[in-house]
Write a protein that binds this ligand. Structure first.
Ligand SMILES: [Mg+2]
Length: 331
């Protein structure tokens, strides 16, 4: 298989692998939101269709892929492992309650590493007001690996998913994009504020039709929301908010806009919603929630395209982060 970056690649990307896995999983009466969204949801009732819902998400972070232990330290890595889960829970407009952490320590790790991990988990537990409810530790010949599972309860709109966007909806993001991964700029991806508060405010005003967090870059994540909703999208190139880090980031010659479109780990929310009324817009502003309108939802036959100045459009080609391809590139 020929890829733009050549070399030995898995023949499929992360979405195809995950899709193949999900297709093998049986349906279950407890499932209310099946796998494939930012969060799943299950009913705690004994029978079908009853009982309270619990919303959950799980992320695995690996040294050398999602953080550089030697550079950031274990406390920051532990914090990030919880923050990324909080971001996924925010995408469902749910209320985080508790997390469980599984840690695989590199063989020979000293006690200081373990203490720093505990400090990171404790810090984020206090900051985000979520309980650390347990976990597990193991030792293996490999990089530090942290798996966090976060549970919560549905917010004012229930569990918002990636499905539900319809043609005519507006597409918005909650903040500026790009440059998050540049370590020389402090690595915003390590220490960001998950948009939990903003998501719940949006839900209180019944705003989101569909939502996800931008973890792998707008150009890779927007198609996921479109696929789940069965729609296409138009993104107005000049309305994409570009983070100052995207202009300062080094390492290659990409433009700030390219970084905003394709970098991963911004952890802003991508929201599909009806055009906002004056009242709702004012209420959100009063609550300190910024929604930057970047485009609109169109029919699936129109694909996913960038609107350029004038009347030209260009396909929005995914160049965001794909962990499987990234891992293959490293070997
Ligand atoms: Mg997500």
């Amino acid at each position: 298989v020929t890829r733009e970056d050549g070399g030995q690649q898995p023949s499929e990307g992360e979405d195809e692998w995950v899709g193949g896995l999900l297709a093998r999983l049986p349906a279950h009466r407890a499932l209310r939101v099946p796998p494939g969204h930012d969060c799943g949801a299950v009913s705690l009732g004994a029978g079908a269709g009853d009982g309270p819902l619990v919303v959950g998400t799980c992320d695995v972070l690996v040294d050398g892929v999602h953080f550089e232990l030697a550079r950031c330290g274990a406390a920051a890595a532990a914090r990030k492992a919880v923050l990324v889960n909080l971001s996924d829970l925010a995408a469902s407009a749910s209320v985080p309650v508790a997390f469980w952490a599984g840690v695989v320590l590199p063989r020979g790790a000293d006690h200081a590493l373990f203490a720093a991990l505990a400090e990171g988990f404790a810090d984020v537990s206090r900051e985000a007001d979520v309980a650390c409810a347990g976990g597990d530790t193991n030792v293996a010949d490999g990089p530090l690996t942290i798996s966090v599972t976060l549970l919560g309860r549905p917010g004012p709109m229930g569990v918002v998913t990636r499905a539900g966007a319809a043609p005519g909806d507006v597409l918005s993001v909650t903040g500026a994009l790009g440059g998050s991964l540049d370590a020389s700029l402090g690595g915003r991806h390590l220490s960001f504020t998950p948009r939990v508060r903003e998501a719940l405010a949006l839900a209180r005003h019944s705003v989101p039709h569909a939502m996800m967090d931008l973890s792998d870059g707008l150009s890779r994540d927007l198609p996921r929301l479109c696929r789940a909703s069965g729609v296409g999208a138009r993104v107005r190139r000049d309305d994409v908010p570009v983070h100052p880090d995207a202009s300062r980031a080094g390492g290659d010659a990409r433009s700030p806009l390219e970084r905003a479109l394709h970098d991963g780990e911004d952890f802003e929310l991508l929201v599909a919603h009806a055009p906002l009324s004056e009242d709702t817009a004012a209420a959100l502003r009063a609550e300190g929630v910024a929604l930057h309108e970047i485009g609109r939802v169109v029919g699936p036959e129109e694909g996913i395209r960038l609107e350029l100045p004038g009347r030209a459009t260009a396909p929005l080609v995914a160049k965001g982060y794909d962990h499987l391809r990234q891992a293959a590139r490293r070997t």
